[in-house]
Design a protein around this ligand. Structure first.
Ligand code: PXP
Length: 245
C-alpha cells in the first residue's frame, strides 16, 4: 500500500498586489487572496516587500499578520530598513534574497560566500528576535556550506534555472543539481525549501525530491486563479506536490 506524503506549500501572493498597484486601486486584496489560500490548504503565505514597493506594501504585511493563522514568510533584501521592519512586525519567517531594482523578479540566489559577515549579522538579528531566517541560494554546495556557517536552519533552493531550461538535457541537469544540493544540505542539517518559476507542469519532479519539505510558489498559482479562482488553484497545486512513497 502506497503512502501519500504531504509537502508544505507556501503561496506567494505578490502578484495579486501587482494587479492592484497597476491601477492604484484598493483591489484586488492580497489579504483576501491569502485568506482563501489559507482555507484551501496553503501552509504559509509568502510576500516580498521590495525596496521599490512595486507590489506588496507594508500595510499588506500588517494586515496579514493580524488576520492569518498560518505562517507568514517575509521575503526581503538585507537592508537595515527591511531588518527593522521585520523586527518591528515579527513575521514567523524571513527569507533573505538578493534584490535589484531593474529585475522583473528575483534573479539568482543570494551570494552568501562573498558576504558572509553581512548575512550572518542579519540572521543573528532575526534569530535573536524570534524570527526564523532562510537564505534563498542557488543549488550549490559551497553556498550551502556558507549558509550553514551563517547559523540558519533553513535554505530555499532557487529552482529558476530548472524552470527556465528549454532542452530536456538542460532540464535534467538542473533537476540533478537541485537534487544533489537538497541531499547535501539535508546531510549537513539544513531544512530544505525550494521555489521560483515552479508551475503546474514542472513542479512534480521537484516535489519528488524527498529532502525538500516546502515549496514556495506564486506566479503560476495567481495566473491560474484568473480562470479557476485562487482556492482551486491552491488545491490543484497541493494535489500535484503530494508525494507517493
Ligand atoms: N521564492 C523566492 C525566494 C522568490 O523570490 C519567489 C518570487 O518572488 C518565489 C519563491 C516564487 O516564485 P514564483 O512567483 O516564480 O513562483
Amino acid at each position: 500500500m502506497k503512502n501519500k506524503e504531504s509537502i508544505l506549500l507556501g503561496v506567494n501572493v505578490d502578484h495579486v498586489a501587482t494587479v492592484r498597484q497597476a491601477r492604484g486601486t484598493d483591489y484586488p486584496s492580497p489579504l483576501k487572496a491569502a485568506l482563501i489560500a489559507e482555507s484551501s490548504g496553503a501552509d504559509s503565505i509568502t510576500i516580498h516587500l521590495r525596496e521599490d514597493r512595486r507590489h506588496i506594501q507594508l500595510n499588506d504585511l500588517i494586515l496579514m499578520l493580524e488576520h492569518l493563522s498560518i505562517r507568514i514568510n517575509l521575503e526581503m533584501a538585507i537592508t537595515s530598513e527591511m531588518i527593522d521592519i521585520a523586527i518591528k512586525h515579527n513575521p514567523s519567517d524571513c527569507c533573505l534574497v538578493p534584490e535589484k531594482r531593474e529585475e522583473l523578479t528575483t534573479e539568482g540566489g543570494l551570494d552568501v560566500i562573498n558576504q558572509i559577515d553581512l548575512v550572518s549579522d542579519a540572521c543573528n538579528q532575526l534569530i535573536t528576535n524570534g524570527i526564523r531566517p532562510s537564505l534563498f541560494i542557488d543549488p550549490n554546495q559551497d553556498q550551502l556550506k556558507a549558509a550553514k556557517l551563517c547559523g540558519v536552519s533553513v535554505v530555499e533552493l532557487h529552482t529558476g534555472l530548472y524552470a527556465d531550461a528549454i532542452s530536456s538535457t538542460n532540464k535534467k541537469d538542473e533537476l540533478a543539481r537541485i537534487r544533489e544540493a537538497a541531499e547535501f544540505g539535508s546531510s549537513i542539517g539544513l531544512t530544505i525549501h525550494a521555489g521560483h518559476g515552479l508551475n503546474y507542469d514542472n513542479v512534480s519532479e521537484v516535489a519528488s525530491i524527498k529532502e525538500i519539505v516546502e515549496l514556495n510558489i506564486g506566479h503560476s498559482i495567481v495566473a491560474r486563479s484568473l480562470f479557476y479562482g485562487i482556492g482551486a488553484a491552491v488545491k490543484d497545486m497541493r494535489t500535484l506536490i503530494t508525494r507517493t512513497t
